[in-house]
Design a protein around this ligand. Structure first.
Ligand SMILES: C[S@@+](CC[C@H](N)C(=O)[O-])C[C@H]1O[C@@H](n2cnc3c(N)ncnc32)[C@H](O)[C@@H]1O
Length: 181
């Protein structure tokens, strides 16, 4: 994967104060959008947890749809149902819609096209590939968290880029962000 080198890092205006391995990546999202001329209407995220990345995306898109089972997984920990807690803390961000769903059920039904998508679910090859392949086919640009910390995510990203014929980049900081465009 070619290394992604941002031209300019910028801090988004709206941020959520929660601890997450995603922290730091907010500084390159606008740069990615400008580099690849991404539209600013619709964004979909798989893997919301407490909403850090959803709030980052809410700075740039008219609407952000966040899909999560809201119970955690084997890699982030099974932390019990935190849908209501996350919903309450994101209530003031009116352009974020949270959906309590497994990605498997969601992608069976959703036929929409998005400007941007983010995959940050359980970090296994099978799930990342399945969700990410759908996301890459339904959006202009798809980003994947944890390409550095989880080799299975990295492998899935490379294989999705091959299967879709899209370009792939990797930003090797903050646990890694794969970019398919
Ligand atoms: C690493 S966390 C997401 C972190 C978040 N992006 C942030 O900014 O902090 C992974 C999330 O994926 C969710 N998840 C795991 N498997 C899932 C599945 N099959 N469908 C939907 N969400 C899933 C978990 O519930 C967990 O909240």
């Amino acid at each position: 994967m070619k290394t992604y080198v941002p031209n300019r890092k910028r801090q988004p205006e709206k941020m959520l104060d929660v601890v997450t391995a995603w922290a730091g990546l907010e500084q390159i999202i606008e740069d990615i959008m400008e580099r690849f001329d991404i539209g600013r209407d619709q964004c979909i995220e798989f893997g919301v947890e407490f909403g850090y990345s959803s709030v980052v995306f809410s700075n740039y898109f008219k609407k952000v749809t966040g899909v999560d089972i809201f119970i955690g997984d084997e890699h982030t920990d099974f932390k019990g149902d935190h849908y209501e807690k996350t919903k309450a803390s994101l209530a003031k961000y009116e352009n974020i819609e949270l959906i309590k769903s497994d990605y498997r059920d969601w992608i069976k039904e959703d036929k929409n096209l998005y400007d941007f998508s983010h995959v940050d679910i359980v970090h296994n090859y099978k799930e990342t590939y399945e969700c990410g392949f759908w996301a890459a086919q339904h959006s202009t640009c798809t980003v994947f968290h944890d390409t550095e910390s989880f080799p299975e995510v990295r492998r899935a990203v490379i294989d999705i880029a091959k299967a879709t014929g899209k370009k792939v980049y990797n930003y090797p900081y903050h646990n890694g962000l794969g970019i398919i465009v």
